[in-house]
Ligand binder design. Structure first.
Ligand SMILES: Cc1cc2nc3c(=O)[nH]c(=O)nc-3n(C[C@H](O)[C@H](O)[C@H](O)COP(=O)(O)OP(=O)(O)OC[C@H]3O[C@@H](n4cnc5c(N)ncnc54)[C@H](O)[C@@H]3O)c2cc1C
Ligand SMILES: NC(=O)c1ccc[n+]([C@@H]2O[C@H](COP(=O)([O-])OP(=O)(O)OC[C@H]3O[C@@H](n4cnc5c(N)ncnc54)[C@H](OP(=O)(O)O)[C@@H]3O)[C@@H](O)[C@H]2O)c1
Length: 539
């Protein structure tokens, strides 16, 4: 029988609980430790972070060999806020006796392996300073705890027990959840359908299910972003090593909706949108202008690929052309056995079905005999074509709405203007909050639903859907707008008694109000400082 540990009934009331212990909350823990202890109202040993990983991990599913950070090491967890902090990347290098050799490397971007080790080092450091972390627990619900507290329900993943804890403040920093195209969701989970977020733990089990197939394999990777190309290159090398008894090459198709892969814009001028002060600029803009800016700079981060990774892919594809020209000249079709990459352009995955084939050997399970019949719709002509794949890897990005679902299913949501049944929630800024309270928002009508036409681009909203940008400067206010302060605190409606509502902070999910840096590391240290300062000053 599953037991329930009700810490909330005990005397423990945490000053703050953090949901998730990724870079955002790790930076918050570091910022908390920097507060002067004599005056800080938040006690370190009453601070707890709950993390579903069993130890500190940073995107372990994509920790591919040789991959590099997309950001300077100086934009670490603390340097921009507090260069003398013990949790900077330089302090980490120094502690590992690698500072000089890192300098000799002459490169601003560490490998993801090294950065991940840095983050794990900081996690150990903050825990050593008294910050508590409950690893291996998944937060499944929050609810009102009375007297300004929140109850946080989590499941211990190894035992299935539920723990309920009480806190005065909550910092929700859950990162993204895998976004999977709807047509793939209907045939998932399946061992031959994986999302890039779980690539490293799933790819070998996936390939194992295809070991008995004697013909060349055909695998689709969907997406045109950094993850898609990293996965494509890794799969190409795995399939090439796997070989094939027929001597024919395995096939890898990269399915993209556009006409070509695009380089990320990492130029120094575009990069200024990631400056800390740009968060103020974004926050102060009207919401339709914010959306236009987001759309303008989408190409610095989303659906784009680092030029170095693109060059690697281009070279692999060029090499396969050289191989096939040599094979043709020698009239030897079997010469090139490297897995063969094709980029399938202007193609949207419209539907996918499982087809079952008779088993070839007695050891095959039912899923081993599956293939996937997909319909690809040409995004220019709308014409459909059919294709069959043995496996599908979705490198289709992330959604950032898990916090919203938590809040919606709790009694707390209503205090922030959230309607439990709505699937159209907007985040908005404090200025609009004040205008709404003062009844001045009536003049702003009807643009957040994107119905006025003239859209020139689209960005992803907190519900994971595409929001079309507008040229008009109008704004909707309905019951499904949540307001967030510049310091990342959700603003309770004036109807509620403020003392009875716990303070809830949100990190990493507020692109709509705080701009494109929100989901990234660029200002993670500064943002953590803002959250902790607000937490301490509004106590
Ligand atoms: C492969 C990859 C590489 C990236 N590289 C870069 C880069 O080089 N530069 C950059 O700026 N950005 C990069 N990013 C963007 C990335 O979002 C940030 O690097 C960073 O991870 C954001 O930190 P976070 O703490 O907000 O989210 P996350 O790192 O996602 O951390 C959130 C944590 O919360 C935990 N969690 C979530 N929900 C629950 C729950 N209900 N209960 C318990 N625990 C929960 C998760 O397990 C996770 O550990 C990368 C993203 C990916 C996917
Ligand atoms: N080494 C690294 O540092 C590293 C590695 C991986 C990721 N990252 C970071 O992680 C973040 C996410 O990157 P990501 O590549 O995972 O995601 P992403 O940039 O959001 O790209 C997702 C891709 O999936 C496509 N897509 C989404 N839904 C689709 C559908 N239904 N059908 C077809 N295509 C669909 C999108 O197409 P459209 O473009 O047509 O919308 C887009 O090309 C970024 O910040 C990135 O920089 C960093």
């Amino acid at each position: 029988m599953v037991s329930l540990i009700f810490e909330a009934q005990t005397a423990v009331v945490y000053d703050v609980i953090g949901l998730g212990f990724g870079p955002a909350n790790l930076a918050a823990a570091g910022a908390l430790l920097e507060q002067p202890r004599e005056t800080c109202p938040i006690s370190v040993n009453k601070s707890l972070f709950i993390e579903r990983h069993h130890e500190f991990r940073w995107h372990p599913g994509m920790l591919l060999p040789g991959t590099r950070m997309q950001i300077s090491f100086l934009k670490d967890l603390a340097t921009l806020r507090s260069p003398q902090s013990p949790i900077t990347f330089v302090a980490y290098l120094h502690s590992q006796n690698r500072l000089v050799e890192f300098i000799n490397r002459n490169c601003m971007t560490p490998t993801r392996k090294e950065y991940s080790d840095y983050l794990a080092h900081v996690a150990r450091y903050v825990q050593g300073q008294g910050i508590k972390v409950a690893y291996g627990e998944n937060v499944i619900a929050i609810e009102e705890g009375g007297e300004g507290t929140v109850l946080v329900h989590s499941i211990v993943l190894t035992t299935g027990e539920t723990i309920i804890r009480r806190a005065k403040n909550l910092i929700i920093s859950p990162g993204g959840s895998p976004r999977v195209p709807r047509c793939i969701q209907s045939i998932s989970p399946h061992p031959r359908i994986i999302h890039s977020s779980a690539y490293l733990s799933s790819v070998e089990p996936m390939l194992d299910t295809m070991k008995t197939i004697t013909r060349p394999l055909k695998i689709a990777v969907v997406g045109a972003g950094q993850s898609a190309v990293e996965v494509l290159l890794d799969l190409q090398s795995r399939l090439t090593s796997m070989g094939n008894s027929t001597g024919q090459a395995h096939d890898l198709h990269l399915i993209i909706r556009g006409g070509s892969l695009k380089s990320s814009d990492g130029g120094p001028f575009s990069n200024q949108v990631y400056n800390p002060e740009f968060v103020d600029v974004m926050y102060d803009l009207p919401s339709d202008s914010r959306r236009r800016v987001m759309a303008d700079y989408e190409g610095t981060n989303y659906g784009v690929v680092n030029p170095i990774t693109l060059d690697s892919l281009f070279n692999v594809m060029y090499d396969q052309r050289v191989d096939s020209d040599i094979a043709r000249r020698k009239k030897n079709a079997l010469a090139a056995t490297d897995a063969h990459i094709t980029i399938v352009t202007y193609s949207n995955l419209a539907s996918a079905e499982i087809s079952t084939h008779p088993s070839q050997t007695s050891t095959e399970t039912e899923t081993d005999t599956h293939t996937f019949s997909v319909l690809l719709q040409n995004t220019l002509t709308q014409v459909f074509s059919e294709a069959t794949y043995d496996a599908i890897v979705c490198a289709t990005g992330y959604e950032r709405n898990s916090w919203l679902n938590l809040l919606k299913s709790s009694g707390l949501g209503k205090h922030f203007g959230l309607c439990a049944t709505s699937d159209n929630t907007r985040l908005s800024v404090e200025r609009d909050f004040r205008a709404t309270i003062n009844g001045k928002n009536g003049a702003f009508k009807a643009a957040t639903n994107g119905i006025n036409g003239h859209s020139r681009a689209s960005v992803t909203g907190i519900n994971g859907e595409k929001i079309h940008t507008q040229h008009t400067s109008t704004e909707t206010k309905d019951s499904d707008t949540i307001y967030i302060s510049r310091s990342h605190r959700l603003l309770p409606l004036q109807t509620a008694s403020h003392e009875s509502i716990p303070k809830i902070y949100l990190q990493g999910c507020a692109e709509e109000t705080h701009g494109i840096t929100e989901t990234l590391l660029s200002v993670v240290g500064i943002r953590a400082g803002e959250v902790v300062e607000d937490l301490c000053s509004n106590y």
